[in-house]
Design a protein around this ligand. Sequence first.
Ligand SMILES: *[C@@H]1O[C@H](CO)[C@@H](O)[C@H](O)[C@H]1NC(C)=O
Ligand SMILES: *[C@@H]1O[C@H](CO)[C@@H](O)[C@H](O)[C@H]1NC(C)=O
Ligand SMILES: *[C@@H]1O[C@H](CO)[C@@H](O)[C@H](O)[C@H]1NC(C)=O
Length: 252
Amino acid sequence: MGPSPPSRLLLGLTLFFTLTHATVTVYTPTQVVFTTAPAVSGTPAAYTGVAAYNPGTLSPPPLPSPTVLTNPIPINLQNSGTPGLGVKQKGSFLGFSIEMSVTNQVLGKNSTLLQVPFLNLMANIVQRAGSVMVRVGGNSQESAHLVAMGEILNGRVLSKNLTGVTGTTQTPPLDFTPDLLYMMRNISELVNVHWFLGIPWFTTTPFDLAIVPAATSILGPYLLGLQAGNEPDMYNLHGHRPATYGPYDYGG
Ligand SMILES: *[C@@H]1O[C@H](CO)[C@@H](O)[C@H](O)[C@H]1NC(C)=O
Ligand SMILES: *[C@@H]1O[C@H](CO)[C@@H](O)[C@H](O)[C@H]1NC(C)=O
Ligand SMILES: *[C@@H]1O[C@H](CO)[C@@H](O)[C@H](O)[C@H]1NC(C)=O
């Protein structure tokens, strides 16, 4: 019996969010934590090292004058129901996307070596929003092929075929092992990240749906949904479908 088709197909989901305040532990290339920040310098531009490791502390600018804080901001909330409100959303409604081919740089090397800065960033969001939604996918999901655990050498979770790049974004065909999914699961166990996962869709003969049962069993409750195809509205542009390809052909 072949793998069952995905129960939910999610069309192009692109979500953004803005962090207004965050404290992230930055690790130097030798993994030493910055324990003390240097005194206020106010001249971070003088630092010439890698920007991510700039130890400078910005001096806050003076408050605007007259200050906006003394002016009342009217919000007419009514216990009986405030007219004109939108649909109620969770604090974790907004998420973001990570291209599948760079997960080995952003999430970690594999399920045992997670990227600490990524965990810190997720922990900061979780502290405020309760959980985080991340989509792993993009153009590289379309040629991603699940291979057996250990088939990619040196404990790596994915490998790119740089001689087989295609399309406008020069997307390399991708092999990945189930350890990519274990890496995602391990992240979720630590910092409550929930995932959308992109599955390949433009090659139909046959559909390569091996990722569906693997992700369902490994990510379990942390898998929110599967996104069949990346930008299927662009399939024709990239030569993957005829010009007549439309929503009905995609959804059936
Ligand atoms: C992850 O990579 C490290 C370092 O290369 C290796 O020691 C470890 O066995 C790998 N883990 C897995 C699950 O492959
Ligand atoms: C890489 O892609 C090229 C071109 O599509 C193909 O001929 C080759 O077999 C691929 N190599 C691997 C290791 O999959
Ligand atoms: C991460 O995943 C591996 C399976 O590859 C598991 O053995 C290990 O216990 C997990 N680590 C954590 C911290 O959950």
